[in-house]
Design a protein around this ligand. Structure first.
Ligand code: MN
Length: 292
């Protein structure tokens, strides 16, 4: 065991709207410390901090758009998000739920605040993470895993001062709910005041966490406020979080794919030629059809 320390504490960037329904702080990749290569295999992280939307009769969200070459992971902490895609799938993601969508060879989808949520107004608090696909799975058949809060395995923490939702990978030998194409660990860590949780990930894994709620101290040293992101060094393996108040933390650790990335907008491929092909296939309607 060797201690792993922070590399950067990153404050939330100015928010930008995705469509008219999501008020996102981007961490990955537009902060230059959190480039796609540095965070590999995590290629985008948009974070909607806890934000109140007043009631509205107009739908709020982002209309039909394509993705190819990666997976989109949506985790909702407060509020409700609805989605529909060109495979005919759709549903509602509520508090604690996870949608793990494999765009693979290509999908069209739309993402909205759930209709009644918009009508009544309320707080929305969520993330969207993009996970890159290894080159041999870039053209995987599109699919999605709708994972309900109740179906996410939970590991109780020492002294019963919290628990870990194992969304993907492993925590203390408990296997996560989501299937992934490359090795990674994704958790929601729930800590009561003074609760602690320890983590151990291979040194080379890109490892980071985001304080969704509350405030934590890393390795008895670094105080990390709500809405702040910590990138960990690739030196050492183990670290510990202590909650200064009741807290929720999104934890990410993944084995870098170390493959070339050629990205534009909603397409992330390995070569320029594949990127051109993605635009061409999209324009020729090969991603299927979805009604606006
Ligand atoms: Mn999308």
């Amino acid at each position: 065991m060797k201690n792993r320390e922070k590399e950067w504490l990153v404050a939330p960037s100015d928010p930008h709207f995705v469509g008219n329904g999501f008020r996102m702080h981007n961490f990955i990749p537009y902060d230059q410390r959190l480039s796609r290569n540095r965070m590999d295999p995590f290629i985008l992280l948009d974070y909607q901090s806890d934000f109140y939307f007043p009631p509205s009769e107009d739908s709020r969200g982002v209309g039909v758009h394509p993705h190819r070459g990666f997976e989109t992971v949506t985790i909702v902490y407060k509020g409700k998000v609805a989605h529909h895609d060109s495979t005919g799938a759709g549903g509602v993601i509520g508090a604690g739920d996870v949608q793990w969508m494999t765009a693979g060879a290509g999908i069209l989808h739309k993402e909205y605040q759930e209709e009644n949520f918009t009508k009544e107004g309320g707080n929305l608090h969520m993330i969207q993470l993009w996970v890159n696909l290894p080159s041999n799975h870039k053209m995987a058949h599109p699919s999605y895993q709708g994972i309900k809060e109740a179906d996410i395995p939970k590991v109780k923490l020492l002294g019963n001062k919290g628990y870990v939702d194992v969304i993907a990978g492993l925590y203390k030998n408990t296997k996560g709910a989501a299937r992934t194409f490359s090795p990674m660990h994704v958790y929601n860590v729930h800590l009561e005041e003074n609760g602690t949780a320890d983590f151990s990930f291979p040194e080379e894994y890109s490892t980071a966490f985001l304080v969704i709620e509350g405030e934590v101290t890393l390795n008895n040293k670094d105080v990390v406020p709500q809405d702040h992101f910590i990138l960990m060094q690739n030196k050492g393996t183990d670290f510990v979080l202590r909650a200064n108040k009741e807290s929720v933390i999104l934890m990410l650790s993944g084995e870098p794919l170390k493959e070339p990335m050629v990205a534009h907008g909603p397409f992330v491929m390995n070569t320029q030629q594949q990127l051109v092909q993605a635009f061409q296939d999209y324009e020729e309607g090969k991603f299927g059809y979805l009604k606006e």
